[in-house]
Every structure is written in structure tokens, then in C-alpha cells.
Design a binder for this molecule. Structure first.
Ligand code: URP
Ligand code: ZN
Ligand code: ZN
Length: 459
């Protein structure tokens, strides 16, 4: 059904316009003042609201076998949570272990999403080993519409690649024009620190951060940047958490390395004291890189304001309380990850725009437009323009609420952000012109989401 969004304050990464938006056949077909809706059209009054492009989360885990268990969401639960929070597209990490066949894994990850997601989606393809068949298989995956890879410098013997494998991945990516995203922590240092902490009887979640200190992430970031420089590939650091790592990334950017930076919402809002809480309360806040000393948050917010940090994702990765308890005797057994797909936009708006002086356009840029540009989805996604997909968030800045696990849509029994006030939330969310959310409730089509094919853009 055609849709008219009237009287909105339309905010994109580069413009602000008071206008109406006319949507037909899944796309935006007109933007202008006083557009007249023909009989039968659905009309949404956006007076007093912002109208943002649908938000894009460039880093989520949905199907994930990891640390002897599985992340809790399905595409159904994750996509509904995403939409309620204003995210209309996500990029899931397809993460086979080193023992899995990459092509079979890719097909498995695609099958988990097919017909199950209520929002649009694509994947970063993780390269977790590089054998004789890998290049051919990756070429097939790229031909199927995947234009970004993922490597892990952490998680030795499971997802982690060694330096030789990293070089081969980056060389191939350079040839294909694919961007490589990377988890940057030095795996050998982490393994060694974990072993000595456990040997000293330090078993609780408060020891997770000391086992992966800032220096380990800074080294990983610099290591990745050095390999990008040597191969000429384009790269993207995921979930950068601290000042020391940001300095390494910025130094690389300054010397011309094609490198972009993502930080994720937990690192802006939470700090290491959350993981130092006793028992399972601490375990709920174990993720990697770990929550840091609060002083790092200034570097992250400043970096976000200036554009030194390009995007804000979530690293959404829900494990429930029972799963977190798997690490009761050793912090190394706590499944790493925190859910956040539903809270990212509201937290960034509340603690960035409202309380932190983050420019409204930079907010849209970091939470939507930049990721669309970097990962080959722009201008179909990431903006409000004639011809773009009609993924729209009508956002109510007058809403006041508090985050509570009891109200969340992700399949997890806790929220790492429990009790935090939010000032604003989506009142209407559309996916290609179909209203999927109204005032915090999913009201749409469960299988609306489509797999988005992308072209490599870094030749
Ligand atoms: O703790 C995290 N980040 N869990 C998910 C896996 C990853 O490293 O992104
Ligand atoms: Zn990671
Ligand atoms: Zn991740």
C-alpha cells in the first residue's frame, strides 16, 4: 500500500528538511511539501518527530556456535528486536570455526536467515583458515553478493588466523576489491595472560579485562594496520574499545592506510566495573575486547564526534544467565558477548545526541550512512532520497523510558543496560515501505527481510 509520511523533520547525514515523503513499491518516490495522498494511501503524521533513514548495524551475531554453546537469538527474535530499536538492516558475522568448510558454513548461515528475518540483512564472511580450497570458495561467496570478509586475530585455534593466513586473506581481498573487517587482539598474549591469571587463582569475571588489556588490543590494531599497509587491502577494525587502540588506528589512517573504525555501544556506555560485579552480574558484562576503564569513553565519544570513529555497531551477541554460569569456575569459560541490537540507537541518541553534544547528522552518519557506504549498500540504504529503499524511522524525541530485560524482544533473560533511562525511541519503523513497528511493538510481517547482495568496492 502506498504510504505518506507527513510533516517530518527529515534528518540525513548531510541535510535537514521539513517535508513529506511519498513511498510506493518499496521505495521513496517523492520528497516535498504538502504532498497529497490519494484515497487508500496510508498516512503517518510525523509532526514533532524526527524522520531518520533506517539504522544499520554493521556487526551482529545471531547464529553463532561459540565457546561450547550457541548465541540465543534466531533471525526472527533478533530482527524484531532490531526493528523495535530502529535498526532496519544488519550485517551478521558468518563465523565458521577453523575446522568447518567455509562454503558449507556460508550456506548454513544463509539458511538460518532465509525467510526468518523481519528486516533486511547481509553477512561479513569470516575467513578462519586459509587452505588450498579457500580462494575458490571465497570467490564463490563474493560472486553470491558478499563484499566483506572478517578475520579474528583473537580466539586462537577456534576463529583466529595466523599471520600467514592473514596475508593470504588480505592479498585475495585486495585482488577482489573486498574490505576486510578484523577483531584486533593479539591471541598469543591473551592465551599467555589467561594461563598465568588462572594459575594464580584469579578465576572471576573481574579478571577478564586484565587478561586482555588495552596494550593487547593496541598491538592487534597496529598489527592489522601494518598488514593492510603491506598488502594494500582495505580494512575495518571492529569493536575498538580504548584510546590506545584508537591512537594506533589513527596513526595508520594518517599514513594513508585504508582503514576504518567501528566502536560498539557497550564500550560507550558501560565500563569494566560492570564486569567486576560479583557473580553472574559481572559475567553478564563479559565481552571481548572487554569493557574498559571509564576514562576511555572520552576518547570514544570524541572520536565519534570528529569522525575518527566511523561507525557505531553493537556486536550483539546474547548468551543467557545459564550460559554465563558456564564460567563460574574460570572467567575463560564465560561465553563472550552482550546483547544490544535493540538498545543501540536509543542509547546513542540519549547519551550521544541529548546528553553528549553529538551532532544529529553525525549520529545518523555513524549509526546508518557510513556503514551503508563502507559495505556497499549506499544509497539504497543509509539515506532518505528518491530512489532509496523506504526504510524509515519516525523517531519520537519526547519519549521517556527505562531499559528493562522484561520488555526486550531479543531472546535473552538479561540486559547489560538494565535500568538505564532513555530519552527517545522510534514510534514508526518501516522496511521497504511496510510499517513493521509502532510505538515499541512489532506489528509487521515476520518474513519481510531480504538478503542484500553487494558488490566489492575497494579495487
Ligand atoms: O564478546 C564478543 N565480542 N563476542 C562475540 C564474538 C566477537 O568477538 O565479536
Ligand atoms: Zn570480535
Ligand atoms: Zn563480534
Amino acid at each position: 500500500m502506498p504510504l505518506l509520511i507527513r510533516n517530518g523533520d527529515i534528518i540525513t547525514s548531510g541535510s535537514r528538511t521539513q517535508a513529506d515523503i511519498w513511498i510506493e513499491d518499496e521505495t521513496i518516490t517523492r520528497i516535498g511539501r504538502d504532498l497529497v495522498a490519494p484515497p487508500g494511501a496510508e498516512v503517518i503524521d510525523a509532526t514533532g518527530k524526527y524522520v531518520f533513514p533506517g539504522f544499520l548495524d554493521p556487526h551482529v551475531h545471531i547464529y553463532l556456535p561459540f565457546m561450547s554453546t550457541f548465541a540465543k537469538d534466531t533471525h526472527e527474535t533478533a530482527s524484531i528486536a532490531a526493528l523495535v530499536g530502529g535498526t532496519t538492516t544488519y550485517i551478521e558475522m558468518c563465523c565458521p570455526s577453523r575446522l568447518d568448510d567455509p562454503l558449507e558454513a556460508y550456506q548454513l548461515w544463509r539458511s538460518k536467515a532465509e525467510g526468518q528475518s523481519a528486516c533486511d540483512y547481509t553477512f561479513h564472511m569470516s575467513v578462519t583458515q586459509f587452505g588450498d580450497k579457500t580462494e575458490g570458495q571465497l570467490r564463490e561467496i563474493v560472486a553470491d553478493g558478499i563484499s566483506s570478509f572478517k578475520i579474528f586475530l583473537a580466539y586462537k585455534n577456534f576463529f583466529g588466523v595466523d599471520d600467514g593466513e592473514m596475508v593470504r586473506t588480505l592479498q585475495l581481498a585486495r585482488k577482489l576489491g573486498v574490505i576486510v573487517t578484523a577483531h584486533c587482539e593479539n591471541a598469543d598474549l591473551v592465551a599467555s595472560l589467561q594461563a598465568s591469571l588462572l594459575a594464580a587463582g584469579h578465576t572471576g569475571p573481574e579478571w577478564h579485562e586484565p587478561s586482555r588489556p588495552e596494550s593487547v588490543e593496541a598491538e592487534g590494531t597496529n598489527h592489522f594496520a601494518t598488514f593492510l599497509e603491506a598488502t594494500g587491502a582495505a580494512g575495518y577494525v571492529v569493536h575498538l574499545s580504548c584510546r590506545a587502540a584508537l591512537e594506533r588506528a589513527l596513526a595508520a589512517k594518517a599514513r594513508g592506510v585504508r582503514l576504518w573504525v567501528e566502536s560498539v555501544i557497550p564500550h560507550f556506555i558501560l565500563d569494566k566495573t560492570h564486569a567486576e560485579r560479583p557473580g553472574v552480574e559481572g559475567m553478564k558484562h563479559v565481552m571481548s575486547p572487554p569493557l574498559r576503564e571509564r576514562s576511555n569513553q572520552k576518547a570514544l565519544w570524541d572520536g565519534l564526534r570528529t569522525g575518527a570513529i566511523d561507525t557505531v555497531g553493537t556486536d550483539h551477541c546474547p548468551f543467557d544467565v545459564a550460559q554465563k554460569w558456564m564460567g563460574k569456575d574460570a572467567f575463560t569459560q564465560i561465553p563472550n558477548g552482550i546483547p544490544g541490537i535493540e538498545e543501540r540507537v536509543n542509547l546513542l541518541y540519549t547519551y550521544g545526541v541529548r546528553k553528549g553534544g553529538l551532532d544529529l547528522h553525525r549520529f545518523v552518519d555513524a549509526a546508518s550512512t557510513q556503514a551503508a557506504k563502507l559495505f556497499g549498500l549506499f544509497p539504497r540504504k543509509g539515506t532518505i532520497a528518491v530512489g532509496a529503499d523506504a526504510d524509515i524511522v519516525v523517531y519520537d524525541p519526547a519519549f521517556r523510558g527505562v531499559i528493562a530485560a522484561s520488555a526486550q524482544h531479543t531472546n535473552c533473560d538479561y540486559s547489560g543496560f538494565e535500568g538505564m533511562p532513555i530519552e527517545g525511541r522510534p514510534s514508526v519503523v518501516t522496511v521497504r515501505g511496510k510499517v513493521q513497528v509502532r510505538d515499541g511493538a512489532f506489528v509487521g510481517e515476520r518474513a519481510r527481510g531480504k538478503f542484500l547482495k553487494r558488490e566489492p568496492g575497494y579495487l
